[in-house]
Design a protein around this ligand. Structure first.
Ligand code: ATP
Ligand code: MG
Length: 443
């Protein structure tokens, strides 16, 4: 295995000082799968204070990032590396934190506290791959299997339930039968886990390659962390637009959206309101009038509980209530949208609409999908050609209007009017035309 040269250097320094040290966990797994790895963790038999002393003697800076858990971070020109002393976790009392950690001297004990066999391997050049729980075999078979008794492991730390389905999504692996059984049996324990930790795993899950299958198969787990979704797990939609029920449509739309967390969260939450807005007419056709706003209310509650970062929260809350508004392919219309929601907002909306359509009845969506392509091309052209769509881009500004005698709110109103005229093609965006127009209007 080839490991980052600075990690290799740290491992060699510690081993030369008489300790054991290995690359461990995710980076070994990713290397064996031929995937890139950006955080390389190191495990060592040296205690934190010893590690720090040895590395300092080699002019390597250390930061005490998690002394309580035996972790320090070494900082080199090539990056930073978490170095954790071999440890076992003490008793767990609340399904999330070990009471205390205990340092040990045998790597076997350290590997056995790790969550899944594929994450419980270590490597250094001296010993090669250390694989005591069949991790390599499970990697070959594409299986996620708990290290030890899955039921006990999920009771110790319920976050592992989210981690299991996250890896199933990201790596496109299956979960081994007993591990799967224990996931469903213990899912309620996720309520004891902090939402920050849950959100980290959920985010990775949503961006995974296999997200559709995982959301379908493990909906009951997702329902524990976002109970707002429970309402749409089994809602048929008898309309010509749909061939899937609301949940399957939701999962398809998540998968169809670009790998951008805000867009994928938007798709996950966009149709919750359908559970509350459904009506069936005399022909047996279902309608979901007004579901978008209801979805937005449930989305707000869910996002707040998950403590989603502001930037993502704002984008999702902007998109959910307008997810199926008409944009159009006409330049003027697109520029009006741009003036209201900005370039990023409109690009997001196009992606959301496309993902939504891709998850509907393909016989009904061809035109709409091709229109979205046209809208996108027009949008690109407007941006490329620098056509104005904000008051800022106008050839006059507030000061020009003040010198024409405008005051207070009138300034904003006039600028908005000018923009409207420019977008409609009734006025050229040059100072003279705009000012002439305003002067004429006064008389
Ligand atoms: P990623 O590629 O997303 O970083 P990872 O496997 O490296 O995946 P980390 O959260 O960085 O995941 O954790 C590093 C290692 O620590 C894991 O590979 C695993 O061995 C161990 N680990 C992490 N979280 C847990 C947990 N909750 N229970 C047991 N072991 C864990
Ligand atoms: Mg990692």
């Amino acid at each position: 295995m080839r490991i980052a040269s600075d990690a290799k250097m740290i491992i060699e320094i510690l081993e030369q000082a008489g300790y054991e040290a290995f690359a461990v966990g995710g980076c070994v797994r990713d290397f064996l799968m031929g995937r890139p790895c950006d955080d390389m963790d190191i495990t060592t038999s040296a205690r934190p204070a010893e590690t720090e002393k040895i590395l300092n003697n080699h002019q390597i800076k250390c930061i005490e990032t998690g002394l309580k858990h035996g972790t320090i971070t070494a900082v080199t020109d090539g990056g930073s590396f978490e170095i954790t002393t071999y440890r076992t976790d003490g008793a767990y009392t609340d399904n999330r934190h070990p009471e205390h950690v205990e340092f040990v001297t045998d790597i076997k004990e350290d590997l056995s506290r790790r969550d899944f066999t594929i994450n419980a391997m270590a490597y250094n050049d001296r010993a090669g791959i250390v694989d005591l729980f069949g991790g390599r075999d499970d990697l070959d078979k594409k299986i996620i299997r708990a290290v030890g008794d899955p039921d006990k492991r999920f009771k110790e730390d319920a976050l592992r339930i989210m981690r299991a389905i996250r890896f199933a999504s990201v790596l496109s692996f299956d979960i081994e039968t007993q591990t799967k059984k224990a996931i469903f049996n213990n899912k309620e324990l996720l309520k004891n886990v902090s939402y920050e930790r849950i959100f980290t795993e959920l985010s990775k899950l949503l961006l995974g390659e296999n997200v559709f299958n995982v959301l379908m198969e493990y909906r009951e787990v997702i329902g524990v962390v976002i109970p707002e979704l429970l309402a749409i797990f089994h809602i048929p939609q008898n309309t010509k637009w749909h061939i899937y029920d609301v949940w399957e449509h939701t999962c398809k739309s998540v998968e169809a959206a670009p790998k951008d967390l805000a867009l994928r969260l938007t798709m996950l939450l966009h149709d919750i309101g359908k559970a509350y807005a459904k009506t069936t007419d005399e022909n047996g056709t279902d309608h979901f009038k007004g579901h978008q706003k209801i979805s937005a209310e449930y989305a707000r509650t869910a996002l707040k509980r998950l403590k989603v970062p502001n930037e993502i929260y704002d984008r999702v809350m902007f998109l959910v209530p307008i997810h199926d508004m008409h944009i159009g392919t006409d330049r003027k219309k697109i520029k009006k949208w741009l003036s209201k929601v900005g370039e990023k907002g409109l690009r997001d909306l196009i992606e959301v609409k496309r993902a939504d359509k891709l998850a509907q009845n393909p016989e009904m969506t061809e035109r709409e999908l091709s229109n979205l392509g046209v809208t996108q091309k027009e949008l690109d052209r407007i941006i490329r050609e620098g056509e104005p769509f904000t008051v800022k881009a106008l050839a006059v500004n507030g000061y020009d209007l003040i010198s024409l005698g405008c005051r207070g709110e009138e300034i904003g109103e006039k600028l908005a009017l000018l923009l409207q005229k420019v977008i409609d093609g009734e006025l050229e965006n040059d100072k003279e035309s705009l000012i002439t127009y305003l002067k004429q209007k006064e008389v």
